[in-house]
Design a protein around this ligand. Structure first.
Ligand SMILES: Nc1ncnc2c1ncn2[C@@H]1O[C@H](COP(=O)(O)OP(=O)(O)O)[C@@H](O)[C@H]1O
Ligand SMILES: Nc1ccn([C@@H]2O[C@H](COP(=O)(O)OP(=O)(O)O)[C@@H](O)[C@H]2O)c(=O)n1
Length: 214
């Protein structure tokens, strides 16, 4: 069983996906981390994340240790991630790993939860359960700002808002696997729902779906 969770930056995908995976005892993959690690690797080598050769080499040489560390969570790395993510060959390189984890989850788990931008449309179009989370850009910037402020009191709301707007625009406008709701996804507007309410709504959908399958 594959559960796909997509949506724009800071819409609450990771928070939800982690909880759903735990509740279902499924594997969890934060696919954004693959793009963030690729972007961070290019930056670490003083390269340009928009440079195809540098980005592809970084994606091809990712190792497990590249996926660790709080530094990956910065907005600077988020911006680099969305630049490497617009390069078709980079997406191709990262696709196999995502599909393999989804279809043969590690640890003998019976299913997997993946979150990202194109899980329901490209990585796992066959997933029987798909969610698409949204919230206004101001609400998302507020969430991300609070998150960043916990680690860096000097974070600036206006800057976070601008970076999210630019990233949304880049992710939606790219030719390959743009941020887009799958036709068969369930849309959840989280503007006025806290994380618990989103989780409850999603679990109710999952139980209804799985009940229907029995
Ligand atoms: N429904 C919600 N309402 C308010 N805050 C939320 C909600 N869902 C998640 N958050 C908070 O918003 C921030 C961004 O959530 P996260 O799961 O990292 O988003 P994404 O994975 O989409 O970037 C986190 O600090 C998280 O605790
Ligand atoms: N499946 C995915 C996941 C992330 N990405 C890219 O990677 C960037 C970082 O993704 P993320 O999920 O970590 O970002 P946040 O939503 O956590 O801010 C996004 O802005 C996208 O450009 C993608 O293209 N496809």
């Amino acid at each position: 069983m594959i559960i796909a969770i997509d949506g724009p930056a800071a819409s609450g995908k990771g928070t939800l996906a982690r909880r759903v995976a735990e509740a279902m005892d499924y594997a969890y993959l934060d696919t954004g981390l693959l793009y963030r690690a690729t972007g961070a690797k290019v930056l670490a080598e003083n390269g340009d994340p928009a440079d195809e050769a540098a980005a592809v080499a970084a994606a091809e040489n990712l190792s497990a240790s590249d996926l660790e560390g709080e530094a990956l969570r910065s907005e600077e790395v988020g911006t680099a991630a969305s630049k490497v993510a617009a390069i078709p060959r980079v997406r191709e390189v990262l696709l196999d790993f995502q599909r393999t984890l989804a279809t043969t989850p590690p640890g003998g788990k019976r299913g997997a939860v993946l979150d990202g931008r194109d899980i329901g449309t490209v990585v796992c179009p066959e997933a029987p359960i798909k969610f698409y989370l949204t919230a206004s850009v101001e609400e998302r910037a507020n969430r991300r700002f609070k998150q960043l402020q916990e680690k860096n009191p000097a974070a600036i709301y206006e800057r976070v808002l601008k970076e999210l707007e630019e990233r949304d625009a880049r992710d939606s406008a790219r030719d390959v696997a743009p941020l887009k709701m799958a036709d068969d996804a369930i849309h959840i507007d989280t503007d006025r729902l806290n994380a618990n309410a989103v989780f409850d709504a999603v679990m109710a959908h999952i139980h209804t779906h799985m009940g229907a399958d029995d």
